[in-house]
Structure formats: C-alpha cells, structure tokens
Design a protein around this ligand. Structure first.
Ligand code: CP
Ligand code: NVA
Length: 300
C-alpha cells in the first residue's frame, strides 16, 4: 500500500521535520524537483475552496504534473459507486489523489484501496495540510521552542489537527472553546498521551491566551454546518480574537487564521490587519508545504 497523508499522525515526528526541511528548500529555490512529471493528479472537491484548490493545482504544475479538478457531480463517491471501485479505477489513471470532502472515512477508505498516494485536503474531522503549513509558518517567524499555542473558537477540524500535531511535536496547546463545541475526544486523548505536550481545554479565553506565542482561530461555523451559525456565534462570541484579548498574550505573539475569515466575528479587522498577523504568510505556505508533502509521499 503506498504512503498516504490522511492526517498528521500518518507521519512520525522525524518525517514531519523531513517535510519541513523539504518545504524550506523548495520555498527558497534551493531544490526544484519534478516528481509528478508525466503524471496527473485527481483533485476531488466536494466542498468549496480557494486556498486548497488553487495551491494544490499550482503546486502540482510546479512539480511537473497535471491537476484534474473533479467535483461531486462527477464521482459521487460512495453513491454512484463504492469508494473501493473509485479508488481502483482512479489508480489506473493518475499518480496521486487529493480529496476534500465531508466524511473522513471516505478519505481513509480511498487511502486503503488506492494504489497511489492519497492526500487529505480537509474533512469534517481534520485539515492536516493546513496545520503542517501553519507550524512551518510559526517556525519561519520564531526560533523553535516548546511554543504556547492558543486555539480560540470552534473545536472542529482545524483544532483537531492541532491536537494531532501535539501528538507528534512537543507544545503547550490550549484550546479555548465552549463546553458545547469541544474538539474530537479520541484525538484529544491521543494528544494527551504525548507526555512532552500539554493540552488544556478551557472555556476561559483569558486562560487560553495567557503568554501565548501563537494565537489561532477559525470560522465558528464550518462548511456543512452553516445552519448552526447563529447558535455557534452565541456560544463562541467571547472567544473572538480582538485587541483587548490579545493584551494577555506574549508581546511578540503571532496571530493566525486558516482563512476564509468572517471578519468581525471570530477575528476583528484591527487584529487581522495588525502587526501580529501572519495570515497571508500562512496562506502562501499552503503551496510550499503541499509541494513538500506530495514530494515526500512520491519518494517513499
Ligand atoms: N484554509 C483553507 O483550506 O482555505 P480554503 O477552504 O479556501 O481551501
Ligand atoms: N473549519 C473550516 C476550515 C476552512 C478552511 C471549515 O471546515 O469550513
């Protein structure tokens, strides 16, 4: 079975740092590999996307390959045909599959049955490429140490990927969220099993943010849950990343958001456009990290 990247814990700690090193060397232009030369990549998107779609397509082209954008209209994974059959058929045409969808089990199912690597471009459970690029961005801005990372807001796929990273990389992770919007319990347990990391779940935003090096937020209502927007806004209002809250963080903190942002809800303009914000570096690094992840998988 080829190596796939369905969640961050598919990589060991050493492999994560190998990918960061590849990313750094590709971004600086030191290396320019073409592991996708003469190959096509099926990019299946059953949810909307700006960053993930465009950065994968551009990255695939830069690695010498050809990206095929496929929506759910065409494949209807698990409906028109089984995940198994789709995996086997796609593997006869393409050298890699990138997929963004709802059910995480569709991605692990594809990875289990495909004869080519599968890369997760976001599921309801996790967003692994995002948080790999995010940590790479933190390393570009700060000297590495055991960072204090405060995630504020909905305990959804992005928060879950921070938990996965805490399973592999030592950090002090605080997730500030409402009792009704916690992250995934199994991923939390796995992160807590890494005794080099500490993981706190709190409904006190000030406790979460205290002396934090990194402040992170995400939309309060994710794709597929927009019908809960009003309810989530009420639950999460006090976790808004604004300049009053930022006073409790480290003086040299960086502020991150996976984007798209709902400005004025989970983050204010003055913070998003302020001196601590690295949101657009973060967005750029999606391109570099995904090129590194694809290259790493194709080298295995
Ligand atoms: N951050 C992110 O994945 O953005 P898109 O949903 O636009 O791809
Ligand atoms: N949690 C968000 C992330 C978007 C990149 C969502 O799933 O919609």
């Amino acid at each position: 079975m080829p190596r796939s990247f369905t969640e961050i814990v598919d990589f060991t700690t050493d492999e994560i740092y190998e990918v960061f090193d590849l990313c750094r060397r590709m971004k600086s232009g030191e290396i320019n590999p073409k592991p996708l030369a003469d190959k096509s990549v099926a990019c299946i998107f059953t949810k909307s996307s700006l960053r993930t779609r465009v950065s994968f397509e551009v990255g695939i082209n830069q690695l010498g390959g050809d990206a095929l954008y496929i929506t759910d209209r065409e494949i209807q994974l698990g409906v028109r045909e089984s995940v198994y059959d789709a995996a086997k058929v796609l593997s006869r045409y393409v050298g890699m599959i990138v997929i963004r969808t709802f059910a995480h089990s569709d991605v692990t199912g594809l990875a289990q049955h495909a004869d080519v690597p599968v890369v997760n471009g976001l599921t309801d459970l996790v967003h692994p490429c995002q948080v790999m690029g995010d940590y790479f961005t933190v390393l570009e801005h700060k000297k590495e140490k055991k960072f204090k990372i405060a995630f504020l807001g909905d305990g959804n796929n992005v928060a879950n990927s921070w938990l996965n990273l805490a399973s592999r990389i030592s950090m002090d992770l605080r997730i500030g969220t409402a009792p009704e919007t916690p992250p995934d319990a199994a991923l939390l347990e796995r992160a807590r099993a890494n005794k080099d990391s500490s993981v706190l779940i709190t409904d006190d935003p000030k406790e979460a943010i205290r002396d934090a090096d990194v402040i992170y937020t995400d939309v309060w209502a994710s794709m597929g849950q927009k019908d809960q927007a009003k309810e989530k806004e009420e639950l999460l209002r006090k976790f808004q990343v604004n300049s009053a809250l930022l006073v409790g963080a480290a003086a040299d903190c960086v502020v991150m958001h996976c984007l798209p942002a709902e400005r004025g809800r989970e983050i204010t303009d003055e913070v998003m456009d302020g001196p601590h914000s690295v949101v657009f570096d973060e967005a750029e690094n999606r391109l570099h990290i995904q090129k590194a992840i694809m290259t790493f998988l194709l080298e295995q």
